[in-house]
Design a binder for this molecule. Structure first.
Ligand SMILES: Nc1ncnc2c1ncn2[C@@H]1O[C@H](COP(=O)(O)OP(=O)(O)O)[C@@H](O)[C@H]1O
Ligand SMILES: N[C@@H](CCOP(=O)(O)O)C(=O)O
Length: 316
């Protein structure tokens, strides 16, 4: 149950006077989610999600919240923040920073089919296009500097062979620079649980709190590794080709991106292997998060390392 901070209907009814979205009808805690407190909020005017941030501070939120507003303004399927009467998206309730966003229709899918992967790829490319006019800038906090420093603290906890594999991949990635590739705003965490689907349509993207500026195909690689991997770590060719075709129906990859693609898939797997290893071996006291299995991304990385050719997914 992910309601870490309790808000009563009476408190919320008073707080809502700071907004122009009508009177409270119903307030329900949302069980899914592991980082923040989320409530489904129905008013006389419509339905919304109220997020109370449990770890991020108010001063850290503008990049993400303004980005969601920008993308929604450009027609991207994502939660749109609602401003209060002081014209601010970021507010405060029960001692926590808050953001109120529009309610999106749909549910996350566990086993996406190729049509859903295709829709996902197309919406991701549209997000990249719309992000080009976003003024905010944030370097990727989970980029190469972060994963090499974090990995250095993990080797001691790992079986020798796993540590060798991790060390080799960190070194391999360090030999390459991707500054020549198209870059811009990326979501950087578009796992299946961060996308609400309505059948084969995208209901909307949520959880923008790893969004940043980085290489665009890194985002496609992060998405592919989660949406198209089988349990053994192998990538399902049909889903991967559909995701890439959907993406390229909006923005075709250039020659440099195609050349970097295999390494980028590995970089995306490495990033989540390292973050999951970190949460596994070094859980932070009081951190409101569940440990996810690092081996999932080690298997995906192993399969990418063994494959010499991933460009086939880009040509369909
Ligand atoms: N805008 C939204 N519309 C509908 N449901 C949402 C919306 N935002 C979040 N949710 C629901 O809340 C759940 C938790 O949201 P999430 O952002 O993943 O939380 P956390 O930040 O704690 O990981 C999601 O799985 C989804 O069911
Ligand atoms: N999608 C990631 C987790 C993202 O971080 P979180 O803080 O939102 O849990 C993964 O599955 O490892």
């Amino acid at each position: 149950m992910s309601v870490f901070t309790t808000v009563t209907p009476a408190e919320l009814a008073v707080w809502l006077k700071g907004y122009s979205i009508g009177e409270l009808v119903e307030l329900k805690g949302i069980a899914a989610g592991i980082t923040n407190t989320n409530y489904a909020l129905t008013t006389t005017q419509g339905k919304y999600v109220l997020t109370l941030f449990e770890t991020l501070q108010a001063h850290e939120l503008p990049y993400y919240v303004n980005l969601m507003a920008h993308l929604a303004h450009h027609g991207i399927a994502c939660a749109a923040p609602i401003a209060n009467l002081r014209d601010a998206y970021i507010d405060r309730l029960a001692g926590k920073p808050t953001v109120l966003v529009s309610w999106l229709q749909g549910e996350p899918v566990e086993s996406p089919n190729p049509a859903q992967c295709r829709a996902m790829g197309a919406m991701l490319a549209r997000l990249h296009g719309a992000g080009a006019s976003y003024a905010g800038h944030m370097a990727n906090p989970r980029g190469p500097a972060w994963w090499s420093a974090t990995a250095a603290e993990l080797y001691a906890f790992m079986p020798e062979a796993d540590g060798r594999q991790l060390r080799a991949e960190v070194a391999q990635q360090a030999r390459h620079r991707f500054t020549q590739l198209p870059s811009g705003v990326v979501h950087a965490d578009l796992f299946r649980d961060n996308v609400l689907m309505q059948g084969e349509r995208i209901g909307g993207f949520i959880d923008f709190y790893y969004a940043c500026n980085d290489v665009l195909i890194y985002d496609l690689a992060v998405t592919l590794n989660d949406w198209c991997a089988r349990d053994d770590g192998e990538i399902d060719d049909e889903r991967a080709a559909a995701l890439c075709a959907g993406y390229q129906s909006v923005r075709a990859l250039n020659a440099a991106e195609r050349q970097a693609w295999s390494l980028m898939l590995r970089a995306a797997a490495l990033r989540f292997w390292v973050s999951r290893l970190w949460d596994w071996h070094k859980p932070q006291a009081g951190e409101l998060t569940w440990r996810k299995d690092p081996a999932v991304f080690q298997r995906i990385l192993t399969c990418h390392q063994a494959r010499t050719e991933a460009a086939g997914w880009l040509t369909g």
